[in-house]
Design a protein around this ligand. Sequence first.
Ligand code: IMP
Ligand code: MG
Length: 176
Amino acid sequence: METFHPEVLIREEDIALKVQELGAMITKDFEGQDLVVICILKGAFLFCSDLIRQINLPVSVEFMSLSSYGDGTVSSGEVKVNLDCTGSITGKNVLIVEDIVDSGLTMKFLKSSLLQRKPKSLKLASLLHKSVKTIHETEIDYLAFEIEDKFVVGYGLDYAGRYRELPYIGILNAGH
Ligand code: IMP
Ligand code: MG
């Protein structure tokens, strides 16, 4: 087994603090209302599970799986829905929870497709954003961290299916 550890970019304790902050903001913004959280698999599973525990509102959770990437580090330019949510979002407050907005293609596609289902509101929370890579402008309502153009792994994010279990966000250097 390989024992390579990606270089730490964002520490576990800094992620926890930021998630707490975002949870408090979301709680305040939706005060007195219900929220449907759509966790985008697989990358957002840890962020989403931590975030919902910091949201003090009646929350229901849905899961969707989308792919715009193959197993490499370069976007294929297409979005595929591998798994759709099962519950109706019509007339509901919806919060998409995503791991990273890179070119913006995935979230732009998802938002326009979910808007056709007529939610009461549609917001986006993302753990990470690489603004230098933006091609498709998409508003992120709740962003944890802006990062530079490096391929990152950990805290849910993978490279070819690996490193999701790391408690921190790390940089994957070429060759690993
Ligand atoms: P976009 O459609 O170009 O915005 O791509 C977003 C998707 O690409 C994310 O949901 C991730 O699955 C993947 N992705 C982009 N950058 C990274 C990275 O640095 N590490 C891991 N996955 C990434
Ligand atoms: Mg993703």
